[in-house]
Design a protein around this ligand. Structure first.
Ligand code: SAH
Length: 221
């Protein structure tokens, strides 16, 4: 899989992709993440990518020209399954969307900044708009990192067996059961006996029961 991300602040995306599981996935060749600096596509000698909003008001708007130039260039290199704009008013991101996107081959993600992008970009270049929640961030970079992380950890081979994504919350419509590690007794706070019993069937039944109870309590819908 390949994920291309267009941003006017590429530095914001450096650390999320350069550590731990996401880094390993790239090193193993399971995913390629390529960040594109919008400023490289600016025609302006000061590498300007934003301008004042027509009609006035506070906040800058990312211009259509550099975005169009960048997207068009990338589209000549490969066919994108989705061209996604991160936007607070997009469809709410979920495990279901992560599962769906993890089956794609090429995904392009556009990050807005400031007041957002010129509406014509959304109308003519974007195939899907995704929000990571009903709140407003300063830019789409962290949101793009969230979406990419949720997708990449689902790719076969990215997680080892011990952290299998299938046992995580939402995959089976249930939230995950509680987990514990050593010590078995911390200042009198004991780990449930069943987990120390070595009886795998009982442990699985207990975990399932905990998942069901937690789901009823925390996500009854
Ligand atoms: N004026 C816009 C917000 C712009 S925030 C509005 O009121 O809707 C700047 C950029 O951050 C957006 O263009 C978008 O790319 C990103 N962003 C902000 N909040 C987001 C969210 N909840 N989910 C995804 N992207 C978000």
């Amino acid at each position: 899989m390949r994920i291309d991300i267009i941003t006017c602040l590429p530095k914001l995306l450096e650390s999320p992709f350069n550590d731990s599981i996401l880094k390993r996935a790239q090193n193993k060749g399971l995913v390629e993440v390529v960040v594109h600096d919008l400023r490289d596509y600016s025609e302006d000698k000061h590498k300007k990518v934003d301008d004042y909003a027509f009609g006035g008001g506070a906040g800058m708007v990312l211009m259509i020209e550099p975005i169009a130039k960048c997207i068009r260039k990338l589209k000549t290199e490969r066919a994108y399954d989705e061209i996604i704009y991160m936007s607070p008013d997009g469809e709410n991101f979920s495990q279901g969307i992560a599962n769906e996107l993890s089956l794609k081959k090429n995904i392009l993600i556009l990050c807005g900044h400031y007041k957002g992008v010129d509406e014509r970009v959304r109308e003519h270049f974007i195939t899907r708009e995704i929000s990571i929640g009903d709140y407003v961030l300063s830019g789409g970079e962290l949101a793009a990192a969230v979406v990419s992380d949720a997708i990449i950890r689902l790719l076969p081979g990215v997680l080892g067996d011990e952290t299998s994504a299938l046992s995580d919350s939402f995959q089976d419509g249930l939230v995950a059961p509680p987990v514990y590690t050593r010590p078995a007794d911390f200042e009198g706070l004991r780990v449930p006996d069943v987990l120390l019993s070595g009886h795998q069937k009982k442990i699985e039944d207990w975990r399932f029961e905990q998942s069901v109870q937690r789901t009823k309590l925390r996500r009854p819908e």
